[in-house]
Design a protein around this ligand. Structure first.
Ligand SMILES: C[S@@+](CC[C@H](N)C(=O)[O-])C[C@H]1O[C@@H](n2cnc3c(N)ncnc32)[C@H](O)[C@@H]1O
Length: 184
């Protein structure tokens, strides 16, 4: 399958404005803090952000959890350059790769998060990415997928750029990802 990854805002020239625009549409520091708190990282747990973009979530995670090992991956070299400037001095590893091809051994992470990337992925790549995430998660590891989607409280489809509606945590049990908790 020929696959052309989508840039954060579709066009390269918009990438430098990514953080500013996200703040304006309400997906700034506050939302990221909520997400990191929901992940409930414990001391010693290893954390992976899939499609980390400019690294804003990792920066918040580092502030709240100074000692955990953290890694971010993204397929776009240019956006990783922005993340690198933000995260270099706070000990976070950044790797240029696709979610569908994670360069980590099986069972390497306790917690995986992915925010606002899955709607960019074609179905085949989504499935590969989910299978990779499941592979690199440790048994009982947690995966939080954050994206635009169905409002679980209203039971109807709603797309909005102002609020992310669906937050679901999956826990790896045996060879499955099992739904654990949802909502923010
Ligand atoms: C809308 S941005 C979200 C960035 C960040 N997670 C956030 O919440 O701000 C989508 C990101 O997904 C990345 N991306 C797109 N396809 C990808 C893939 N196959 N694997 C990894 N990252 C991908 C893009 O480069 C971009 O940084």
């Amino acid at each position: 399958m020929r696959y052309h990854p989508v840039k954060a805002f579709n066009y390269d020239f918009l990438t430098p404005f990514y953080d500013t625009i996200l703040n304006l549409i309400g997906f700034g520091q506050g939302q990221r803090e909520k997400i990191v708190r929901l992940l409930n990282l414990k001391p010693g747990e290893k954390f992976l952000d899939v499609g980390c973009g400019t690294g804003s979530l990792l920066k918040v995670a580092r502030k709240l959890h100074p000692d955990n090992e953290m890694v971010g991956i993204d397929i776009d070299k240019k956006i990783l350059e922005i993340a690198k400037k933000k995260l270099d001095s706070i000990g976070i590893t950044l790797i240029n790769t696709g979610a569908e091809n994670l360069p980590f051994p099986d069972n390497s992470f306790d917690v995986v998060v992915s925010t606002l990337i899955f709607h960019h992925l074609p179905t085949e790549i989504k499935l590969k990415a989910l299978s990779e995430i499941k592979r690199v998660l440790k048994p009982d590891g947690r995966f939080l997928l954050v994206d635009f989607g169905k409002d679980y409280r209203r039971q109807k489809q709603r797309r909005t750029i102002l609020k992310v509606k669906s937050l679901i945590i999956y826990v790896k049990q045996g060879s499955n990802l099992v739904k654990f908790q949802k909502g923010i």
